[in-house]
Structures are given as C-alpha cells and as structure tokens.
Ligand binder design. Structure first.
Ligand code: FAD
Length: 386
C-alpha cells in the first residue's frame, strides 16, 4: 500500500510510522543507552539485548506477519535504524544488516522454500549477515575469489570473506562466490549458508575505531557444503542480488548516519546550554549558535535525502542515484556534526566519560562500508553523465 501524499512534508510521518519510530527510540533510550560504554569497551552486544530487539519487532520489519514479521515497509526499517542510531550506531547496524540486506535479499530473490525456511527464523531469533567482501575485493567486489564448485546435489564453497558485520551473532549468512571466474561478474552466485553447515567457520574479529560493539569478522569456507536449493536467485545472477540489495542497503546506512548525527546534536544542544564560560552558557554566544544552526540545517537536508530515497524505493520508483547521494551526503554530515560536537564539548569532548567522542569515531564508517564515498560518486556520476 503506497501512501505518499505530495501535500505533506517528506518528514511528516504517518501515524503508524511516528508511533513506530517513537517506540523504537524510547526503547533505545531506556534499554540501550545504559549499555553503550560497556558495549563499546568490550566490543560486544549482549545476547539479551538482541533478544529484546526481536521482541520489539525490529528484526523482521518487512517479513510478512504470517511468517512472524512486522509486515511493514522498507521505510519503517529506515526509521528503526535512525532511531536506534541516535542512541547507538552499533546496535543500529545489526538491525540494518538484518533488514535492509539479509531479509531484503531473501524477500526479493528467495524461492518459496527458502522464504519458508529462513524468514520465520530471521523474525524469531536468528541474526543474519551478508558476506560479499574479501581481502582482495572491496570496491571491486565482483573480482571475488571465493569458489563455488558443483558437487552432487549442491555446491562446495572454498574461500575467505572479510569484514562481515554481525558474523559473531549470525546463524544465517548470504555468501557470494563464483562458479566460473572466467565469466567475471556473470560467474557469481549468492548462497544461503547456515553457521552449522560443514566447512563453515567464523574467524578473527576485527578491533575497530568505531561501531566497536558491532562484530566484524572473517569467514572461512573450507569445503563448505551448500545444498542446491540454497542458491539465492538464479545461479550466475549473484551480481544482481548484490547490486540491488546494496542499492537499498545504502539508504539504511544513510539512516544510520542521520540518527548518529541527531544523537550528537542532541548532546551538543544540552551541553552548550549547561556549560558556562565568561559568565554565561556557551549556547548564548552567537558564534556557537551559528555553528549549531548550520549543523541542524545540514542534518535536515540529509534526512530529507534519506527519507526521499526510502519513499521512492517503497513506491517502486527509480532510486539508485538518490540512494547513493543520501549515503554520500549523510555520512559527510555525520562526520561534520560529530566533529563539531567534540569541539563544542571542549576537552570533555575528547574523553570517554562524555558521549560525543564515541559518536565521532562511529561516524567514520559511513564513508567506507556498503560502497566508499568514491564509489557513491562513481554511481552518481554514471546517473548524471549517462
Ligand atoms: C566495519 C566494517 C563492516 C563491514 N561490513 C561488511 C559486511 O557486512 N559485508 C561485506 O560484504 N562487506 C563489509 N565491509 C566491507 C566494506 O564494504 C569494504 O571495506 C568497502 O567496500 C571498501 O572496500 P576495501 O576496504 O577493500 O577498500 P578498497 O576497495 O581497497 O578502497 C580503498 C580506497 O580506494 C578507493 N577506490 C577504490 N576503487 C576506486 C575507484 N574505482 N575510483 C576511485 N576510488 C577508488 C576507495 O574509495 C577507498 O578510498 C565492512 C567494512 C567495515 C570496515
């Protein structure tokens, strides 16, 4: 059902959207905020918190109700990621990958049997991960080296994946591999791989600058047996699965970045009203007010771009350019806004006892994953220049 009303503002939410967004934010404020420092230091999201995310209904947003999901739209996923990220971008990306990449790919490309097997599990307690990147193939994703060899009624996968978000927690992995390296991108297929499949291991976990609580690990595929019916989309069409899901995934990263920037701005407004220098609140200095006004303006522009891309996607309109633009811009805005937040906290911005130091570190990833900023510019340039 499409309900885009041109007479309303893009940021004017429908009642169900506003209720959903507010309930996710209230949850994050109440249950995630007290855990942020420990999760960042320990580089870990407690399983009990993940269970609460399932109970809240944010781990299967687009999964039909009949299969245990919320039966909502992509836009709701964007709102959930934004609201969570306003409190903690690490928890937000766990939810983002689950919805905008894994569930999205299964909904769009899965056979009825695959949907029947995996969607209820993903809605009911299993975390998903999306494994495209390798040590030698990042931006040039389709030069991947992981091999898929046909064997009996299935495939055997061999190779290593790198940088896989949610790998520590996930039970279900979408893994890309090539059955025919000579065919280039046309040799690539996507496979649904379970943690328990023979020959599958989660390897080393990265020690990161930001979004430290979000797990990022290597995957080892050593004669990993995958049944033929676990091919996602047609064999040889994995590149299409990847391109199309990542186009949508980028909107989710845009949402993560605007939520993060909003969180930093919230802290900064409160702090500058409180902090006194020269006998007055620093928020009373026009120099500070103008900096905050500019940050709020940039954030508003970024949010409009993210919401517009998400609404276009739900309406079935073209959105590839808008998705790339919203990720490019909102990740730059997040970096600028969090940097300003650190500046306006002064020395307190530079230490871990205050929240903005972490958000500054967390912001950087927005310009790297799901396509670096240069790759977004490449996509935009193709659309603009033809
Ligand atoms: C925390 C984290 C989580 C991640 N999660 C996942 C995940 O869940 N699943 C997954 O599959 N991957 C994931 N990734 C991988 C991520 O998508 C890649 O790191 C990213 O695509 C960049 O690839 P690369 O690191 O190999 O950099 P490279 O591709 O080597 O790029 C290095 C630099 O060169 C530039 N560059 C490259 N090619 C061009 C070009 N043609 N024109 C101009 N500039 C260019 C890039 O913009 C960049 O600045 C994650 C990465 C991180 C750090």
């Amino acid at each position: 059902m499409q309900r885009i009303d041109a007479a309303r503002g893009l940021t004017t939410l429908h009642e169900d959207e506003a209720l959903f967004r507010d309930s996710v934010y209230e949850f994050a404020d109440r249950e995630i905020r007290p855990l942020i420092r420990d999760m960042d230091e320990q580089a870990h999201i407690p399983r009990a918190l993940i269970d609460r995310l399932f109970e809240l209904g944010v781990m299967g947003i687009e999964i039909p109700e009949a299969q245990g999901g919320a039966g909502a739209q992509f836009f709701h996923a964007v709102l959930a990621v934004e609201a969570l990220s306003r409190v903690d971008p690490s928890v937000a990306v766990l939810v983002d990958v689950q919805n905008t990449l894994v569930i999205n790919a299964l909904l769009r490309w899965g056979t009825d049997a695959l949907k029947h097997t995996y969607l209820p599990r993903l809605a009911g307690g299993s975390v998903g991960a999306y494994a495209l990147s390798e040590s030698g193939s990042g931006s040039d994703a389709f030069s991947l080296a992981t091999r898929a060899t046909e064997s009996g009624d299935g495939y055997v996968l061999n190779g290593r994946k790198l940088w896989i978000t949610n790998a520590s927690e996930a039970d279900v992995f979408i893994v890309f591999a090539t059955a025919n390296p000579e065919a280039g991108y046309r040799g690539i297929s996507a496979f649904v791989v379970e943690r328990g499949f023979a020959g599958f291991t989660v390897g080393r976990k990265e020690d990161k600058l930001g979004i430290r609580a979000s797990s990022t690990c290597e995957l080892l595929l050593e004669d990993c047996q995958v049944p033929r019916h676990n091919v996602l989309g047609d064999a040889g069409k994995g590149y299409k699965v990847a391109i199309e899901t990542l186009n949508e995934g980028r909107i989710g990263i845009g949402a993560q970045m605007i939520g993060l920037a909003q969180g930093a701005l919230d802290h900064t407004v409160a702090y500058t009203r409180e902090r006194k220098q020269f006998g007055q609140a620093i928020a009373d200095f026009q120099g500070v007010q103008f900096q905050i006004a500019r940050a709020a303006t940039e954030l508003e522009a970024a949010r409009l771009m993210v919401y517009n891309a998400a609404r276009l996607r739900d309406a079935g309109e073209p959105f590839v350019k808008e998705a790339a633009m919203c990720k490019l811009f909102s990740s730059e805005v997040a970096e600028r806004v969090t940097s300003l937040a650190v500046n306006l906290y002064g020395g307190y911005g530079f230490v871990k006892d205050y929240p903005v130091e972490k958000l500054y570190r967390d912001a950087k990833i927005g310009q790297i994953y799901e396509g670096t900023s240069n790759l977004q510019l490449q996509t935009i340039a193709k659309q603009v220049l033809g």
